[in-house]
Design a protein around this ligand. Structure first.
Ligand code: NAP
Length: 479
């Protein structure tokens, strides 16, 4: 009999899992979604300018190529429309239970008891797909609650608040800030950008796809596949080696510094925007409109440390800045995987307890002692250089290959030896990567452990996740 599967989250990962179950003829699944719509991060991040800096034809499922992309780099509404298209085409929308936040999942010895506020239901398998960047992080600055103007986080954009004629502050200058700053600068009377650490920024060679190109993608056999393959190989062949501190570090650095020089004529501003840590240590910003926005006469970049927020604005070590609106583009609680859900495994231990010194999972997918529980976009599966959709598809394929085994054996869990070998491999590979030293980033815990990123080439990840599961898993009740 087909296992009963609970999928938690209806973003890119959860929808991919649901679609592959449908395609395999397994209909005994339910998707729990806490919000009233699907789309995950692409539903939540609707700030002006929101989009993806991975090309459209790569930032999509391999099994659902889409000839209709209107831009080389997709904007948020188009990505959301693509996800809705996939959910409808593959008939999974009807299986999504909207406005149903899972609060708890407890393994009772043979099944998972999955609880929302209203009910508890029994499942054989749970697939967690809640993302890494789903909980906004507001900074801890004194006086924030005293601010008399309007303030909100970039991922909770206040669309009712008109910025025209206002004095706006943006705190943060990561990928989200870089995308929204040009749009905010064009509307606001004045924009002050509070930058704590400069980022490495490289150009985003965006372009529109006109009707002819779209027709070609639609009708020329193999064109989309070839283009996608080229995009994938390019990212893998040039960007990955830079993150692994290999041959292309110099190239990446030169590209970023040339971009800065070309777009920012003022040497004082250039100096403020020049990072002093290796490129790739923090997520490289890929954007061509960010620097020009910073050179506008109504924009200034403040690098003094923020001391407090007052009713009138932001006070730094060098003085006060009066503003009407504060946008917190301050990122996400990225290392608190699955929070605030309570997940309890075979021996009664919670995942939070298990992960108190940093989240880890075999292939980023499975945790010893948590049978039949699988994670999508789990620990150490984020990328700084290629499409996360590729990783999600590898994970879904892996889970699909586990289903016949667990249907036959009962609950299965990853063997401690497989987990230990994985951790050793991960540590060895991580030592080569640029993320460890010299910067603070959302890739790591407060004590510096990189819990979010995958340190190898994605080709290796595909190979590892494609291995048959029997060597790494065992029936859950074996000693
Ligand atoms: P982020 O990269 O974590 O950036 C947060 C920013 O807020 C940083 O500049 C940080 O400064 C600053 N900040 C945080 N706390 C602060 C404080 N107390 N005082 C002053 N500054 C503070 O967050 P994000 O920009 O939302 O991006 C997160 C990730 O989402 C990206 O790295 C990317 O992976 C993804 N994303 C992707 C796209 C895309 O196009 N694919 C677009 C948007 C986002 P420090 O650097 O000093 O910590």
């Amino acid at each position: 009999m087909a296992p009963k599967v609970a999928i938690i989250g209806a973003g890119f990962g959860g929808l991919c899992m649901a679609i592959q179950l449908e395609r395999a003829g397994i209909r005994s699944y339910t998707v729990f979604e806490k919000a009233a719509d699907l789309g995950g991060t692409w539903r939540d991040n609707s700030y002006p300018g929101a989009g993806c800096d991975i090309p459209s034809h790569l930032y999509s499922y391999s099994f659902e190529k889409y000839a209709s992309w209107t831009r080389r780099y997709p904007e948020q509404p188009e990505i959301l429309a693509y996800l809705a298209h996939c959910a409808d085409k593959y008939g999974v929308r009807r299986k999504i239970r909207f406005s149903s936040e899972v609060e708890r999942a407890v393994f009772d010895g043979s099944h998972w008891q999955v609880s929302t506020a209203g009910a508890t239901e029994t499942f054989d398998v749970v697939v967690m797909s809640v993302g890494q960047l789903n909980r906004p992080r507001l900074p801890d600055i004194s006086g924030m609650e005293d601010f008399a103007g309007t303030s909100f986080h970039s991922a909770r954009w206040n669309h009712d608040h008109d910025l025209t004629g206002r004095r706006v502050a943006v705190i943060g200058n990561g990928s989200s800030a870089a995308q929204l700053i040009p749009r905010v600068a064009a509307e606001a009377e004045h924009l002050t950008v509070f930058q704590r650490t400069p980022n490495w920024v490289i150009p985003k060679p965006d372009a529109t796809f006109g009707p002819l190109t779209r027709l070609a993608f639609h009708f020329v056999p193999g064109l989309q596949r070839a283009y996608r393959e080229w995009l994938y190989r390019y990212a893998e062949g040039t960007l990955y080696p830079a993150l692994a501190q290999g041959w292309s570090v110099g190239l990446l650095k030169k590209r970023a510094l040339d971009h800065l020089r070309n777009q920012v004529p003022d040497p004082a501003l250039r100096a403020k925007l020049t990072p002093d840590y290796p490129p790739g240590c923090k997520r490289v910003v890929i954007d061509s409109a960010f620097y020009p926005a910073l050179t506008r006469p109504n924009v200034n970049v403040v690098t003094d440390r923020i001391v407090r927020i007052t009713p009138k604005g932001i006070e730094t070590t060098e003085g006060p800045y009066e503003v009407d609106t504060i946008v917190y583009a301050t990122g996400f609680r990225s290392t608190e995987f699955l929070a605030p859900m309570e997940v309890t495994g075979r021996s009664g231990q919670s995942l939070r307890e298990r992960w108190k010194s940093g989240a880890e999972a075999y292939l980023g997918i499975s945790v010893p002692d948590f049978p039949n529980l699988f994670l999508l976009y789990g620990p150490n599966t984020n990328l700084g250089h290629n499409s996360i959709i590729f990783m999600i598809e590898c994970q879904v394929n892996h889970i699909m290959s586990c289903l016949p085994y667990l249907s036959e054996q009962g609950p299965i869990e990853v063997r401690p030896a497989a987990m230990a070998a994985w951790s050793r491999q991960l540590d060895a590979a991580m030592a080569r990567m640029v993320w460890g030293n010299g910067c603070r980033s959302w890739y790591k815990t407060a004590d510096g452990r990189v819990t979010n990123n995958w340190p190898g080439p994605t080709t290796l990840y595909r190979r590892l996740t494609a291995r048959p599961p029997r060597a790494a898993y065992r029936p859950a009740d074996s000693p």
